[in-house]
Design a protein. Structure first.
Ligand SMILES: NC(=O)c1ccc[n+]([C@@H]2O[C@H](COP(=O)([O-])OP(=O)(O)OC[C@H]3O[C@@H](n4cnc5c(N)ncnc54)[C@H](O)[C@@H]3O)[C@@H](O)[C@H]2O)c1
Length: 251
């Protein structure tokens, strides 16, 4: 039986992290041809191995690296049906604590990276159409006292997504673009945040208490939404901000 994204060529950035690996696995299980990319090639290779896919090195902040990755996809597959702009970094600091270097790193990966990804992918995708999924966060919808740069980057992704969606619709490219907004997910990113606190167990419990559904998500809780947006089931969905947060932003 054909999968929900059968034979679609899908590139995932930051594929070696917790969410990226989960996305690659679920895409492969539904028939996609996965191109797993990461700044760290060994992590990309591990993700590709689980998804029977291809690994490429890609630092999303580098224009030239994007050009090389898209050229490799063009040469190997001749088309790109899906892009998941997933690579991201988080620094837990208030506006007063955030240095200019923190700000530039966060905006560089989380916002410049998504900008470059959309720009480069559209060049190839517009020949055949496709779907771009930008991984934002609940932090792109609501603020946090210690998330100054992260909030700014993820809020930027939310509205950049809408501009890309409207441009592609107007141009008649057949490219859709949507953002997804998870709350806390059990990945190395959250592990690092918790590990950096005085009392990691209490910090974890504090996160759990913020989630009406009473737990931290797993990558498998988020992957079905990304799968949906990459599949043709979402053919009339573009410019949307899709929340998958256990109820965090409902109250
Ligand atoms: N984990 C959460 O609670 C959570 C919640 C909401 C949104 N998100 C978002 O989901 C995405 C994935 O997060 P995760 O939790 O899997 O994080 P993670 O730290 O587990 O993985 C991030 C991956 O991105 C890669 N990366 C970092 N900088 C890069 C760069 N410049 N170029 C290419 N790759 C780079 C890392 O090597 C790593 O493999 C991020 O955009 C994050 O902001 C995460």
């Amino acid at each position: 039986m054909a999968g929900r994204v059968q034979d679609k060529v899908v590139l995932v950035t930051g594929a070696g992290g917790g969410l990226g690996r989960g996305f690659c696995r679920s895409l492969a299980a539904e028939g996609a041809i996965v191109v797993a990319t990461d700044r760290d090639l060994r992590l990309a290779e591990a993700a590709a191995a689980e998804a029977n896919g291809t690994a490429l090195p890609l630092d999303v902040t580098e224009d030239g690296a994007w050009a090389a990755a898209i050229a490799a996809v063009t040469e190997r597959f001749g088309r790109l049906d899906g892009l998941v702009n997933n690579a991201g970094v988080a620094i837990l600091k208030s506006i007063e604590e955030t240095t200019l270097a923190d700000w530039r790193l966060t905006i560089g990966v989380n916002l410049d990276g998504v900008f470059l990804g959309c720009k480069h992918a559209i060049g190839l995708m517009k020949a055949t159409g496709g779907s771009i999924v930008n991984v934002s966060s609940v932090s792109g919808l609501i603020g946090g006292h210690n998330l100054a740069a992260y909030n700014a980057s993820k809020g930027g992704v939310r509205l950049l997504t809408k501009s890309v969606a409207l441009h592609c619709a107007r141009a008649g490219y057949g490219i859709r673009c949507n953002s997804v907004h998870p709350s806390f997910v059990d990945t190395p990113m959250v592990d690092a945040m918790i590990a950096g606190t005085d009392d990691p167990e209490r910090a974890r419990q504090r996160l759990v208490r913020q989630v009406p559904l009473g737990r931290i998500a797993t990558p498998e809780d988020i992957a079905p939404l990304v799968l949906y947006l990459l599949s043709d089931e979402s053919r009339f969905v573009t410019g949307s901000e899709m929340v998958v947060d256990g109820g965090v932003t409902a109250g």
